[in-house]
Write a protein that binds this ligand. Structure first.
Ligand code: NCD
Length: 338
């Protein structure tokens, strides 16, 4: 794909070599993210960071990624204080905000809304999550993390096995991640969820058609055996009609030290897009695993900055210019490492 000026709406836009290009550019962002150098390549550029659903890490990491390339960030975070409450259409909002910005990241509760918004935008739009549909930048950072974790054990993505656990019906991160893994060879998927919260049938069908192995089960412990990676998810309470309905499923699948040790391989990587629901009635990923070396959740969040820097650099066509005019970081930081 030619990234220049392109909207990033769905992982279905990507071929395998596009994913690899994003990873290569993400690697090149390390000196800036690790505070060795300051890049000014986007000096003067403005990101319109529009989040019409709750977000912490996606919003902040997109903003930090833009700042780390020298750009400015302008945020709209609340539907209540935006003109959407006055009945403004996505079309008009897109025309207006794209007049003020060089690139836009948008999160919105409705499936398809970011695609619709992008049609009226005069600048590239990156999907920060559209309802239960997709979350492409999360899938890229998840796969980038998987690749790094497997590399350190001399394993690779082709032929790997992954268990996805929890609310697979509403979880946009697992929708996008599985459709990105679709591009690789011979993946063994174990999809662990309550029967009512299964992965959408069209995604399962396309994975099977592409030659991947898919097993669906509601039995967590047997599903955890023999996986390179376990990817846990939160019950997506906001997608249910009522909180009571979500409560039925909350806490059904929990991973803790004892369950991990009993069922998983010693090098199984533990992932979660976060936020993990740490309330006692949920607690899908127990804090007793916090010191476990295979817990990759904070490596995922760190990698998110590199991936989001790469996406900005690619769509704004500066991927090969980031080091130009870069300067050394002068301040004290324990982040710096080589
Ligand atoms: C996820 C999301 O918003 O889809 N969070 C994130 O972006 N890292 C997952 C979730 O909210 O459960």
């Amino acid at each position: 794909m030619d990234f220049r000026g392109t909207h990033i709406i769905s992982v279905k836009q990507f071929e395998r070599n596009d994913v690899e290009r994003v990873f290569e550019v993400a690697d090149s962002m390390e000196p800036f993210a690790h505070r060795n150098q300051i890049s000014k390549v986007l000096e003067g550029a403005i990101l319109g960071n529009m989040f019409f659903e709750p977000s912490t890490r996606t919003r902040v990491s997109f903003g930090c990624a833009f700042n780390l390339l020298g750009g400015h960030v302008r945020e709209t975070t609340d539907v209540e204080t935006s003109s959407i409450v006055k009945g403004e259409s996505l079309y008009d909002t897109a025309r207006v905000i794209s007049g003020y910005s060089d690139v836009i990241v948008m999160r919105h509760p409705q499936t398809g809304s970011v695609a619709e918004f992008s049609k009226a935008s005069r600048v590239p739009v990156i999907n920060g999550g559209d309802g239960a549909n997709e979350h492409p930048s999360q899938a890229l950072l998840d796969l980038y993390t998987i690749k790094k974790e497997l590399d350190s054990n001399s394993r690779q993505i082709d032929g790997m096995s992954i268990a996805m656990v929890g609310d697979l019906k509403h979880g946009r991160t697992v929708h996008s991640l599985s459709q990105l893994l679709y591009l690789y060879d011979n993946i063994k998927f174990t999809l662990i969820s309550p029967a009512e919260l299964k992965m959408p049938g069209d995604i399962v069908g396309s994975l099977k058609n592409a030659g991947h192995t898919v097993t669906e089960t509601a039995d967590m412990e047997s599903g955890l055996n023999d996986n390179d990676t376990i990817y846990l998810t939160r019950i997506q309470e906001e997608r249910f009609n009522t909180k009571l309905e979500a409560d039925i499923y909350r806490g059904r699948f929990r991973l803790n030290q004892a369950i991990y040790t009993r069922n998983c391989q010693p090098n199984t990587v533990i992932m979660h897009p976060l936020p993990r629901d740490s309330r006692v009635e949920a607690n899908e990923l127990d804090h007793d695993l916090n010191q476990h070396p295979n817990l990759a959740i904070f490596r995922q969040t760190d990698n998110g900055v590199l991936i989001r820097m790469a996406l900005f650099a690619l769509v704004l066509d500066v991927a090969d210019k980031t080091a130009r005019n870069s300067i050394e970081v002068e301040w004290y930081t324990e982040k710096r490492f080589n």
